[in-house]
Design a protein around this ligand. Structure first.
Ligand code: KIV
Length: 259
């Protein structure tokens, strides 16, 4: 059966239907999320959430391929996005070689990469070679060290040019991260492809959140744009506390849970 969402249906959703996207890093959660969302993003945020690293910069192709294979296995009917890790698209040749690996070694539908006008030529090269590309502009987590932190974009300067450059390069959609809502609205209106926001307000074509943020598993801090739909950390702690107590007190396993 053909997937409900593909590059064409995602593109055609602009102005008609809000797109729902969430990150997924493994088969178990991908399967749980799949029925409710339009797209699953194997984001390089997994380097922080899953691997416990301080930022996304040390994520590797191998790591991203491994997690993408798991997500595709768990949600075979879902539209899956492969996030190109830092350093994997520094030139047209490197980008194409790595993107070809994505299509050959996983069932991902497209790749996503961070950058504006400066990446347009690379994106165009990928598109010309049959790779579907989702852009990512605004706050770019892979630039955290170069920028000296995660900075919300509060000025339109350069952003419209970036969005237009990506559109002209052939992206079918783009993520717009950490951008003041009124500016995000302008960007969204200026391009013909869907703009998926994260921390970019409501006047965009869809939303993406990191799963562990929205389900309340990540407790260290909560950015303003994150809405917690569940208190995952408390639920896990309560369950673990109960399990540990029941084992210590000889309550578990009881007859119902023994052969
Ligand atoms: O890696 C990721 O999770 C992302 C989202 C923040 C859009 O790129």
């Amino acid at each position: 059966m053909a997937k409900k969402w593909n590059v064409s249906t995602v593109k055609a959703a602009k102005g008609k239907e809000k797109l729902v996207m969430v990150t997924a890093y493994d088969a178990l959660f991908a399967k749980l999320f799949a029925p409710y969302v339009d797209m699953l993003l194997v984001g390089d945020s997994l380097n922080m959430i899953f691997a416990g690293r301080p930022d996304t910069l040390s994520a590797t192709m191998e790591q991203m391929l491994y997690h993408t294979q798991a997500v595709c296995a768990g949600a075979p009917d879902s539209f899956v996005i492969f996030d190109m890790p830092y350093g994997s698209y520094t030139s047209k040749e490197t980008a194409l070689a790595n993107a070809l690996r994505v299509y050959k070694e996983t069932a991902a539908d497209c790749v996503k990469l961070e950058g504006g006008s400066e990446k347009a030529e690379i994106i165009h090269h990928l598109v010309q070679n049959g790779i579907a590309v989702m852009g990512h502009i605004g706050l770019k987590p892979q630039s955290v060290r170069a920028e000296g932190g995660y900075k919300v974009v509060r000025q339109i300067d350069g952003l419209l040019e970036d969005a237009k450059a990506l559109e002209n390069a052939g992206v079918f959609a783009m993520v717009l991260e950490g951008t003041q809502s009124d500016i995000a609205k302008e960007v969204c209106q200026a391009v013909s492809v869907p703009v998926i926001g994260i921390g970019a307000g409501k006047d965009v074509d869809g939303q993406v959140l990191v799963w562990s943020d929205m389900l309340g598993f990540f407790e260290d801090f909560k950015p303003k744009f994150v809405k917690r739909y569940m208190d995952g950390a408390s639920l896990v702690k309560e369950a673990m506390e109960r399990y540990a107590r029941e084992v210590k007190e000889g309550i578990f396993p009881d007859k119902d849970h023994s052969y």
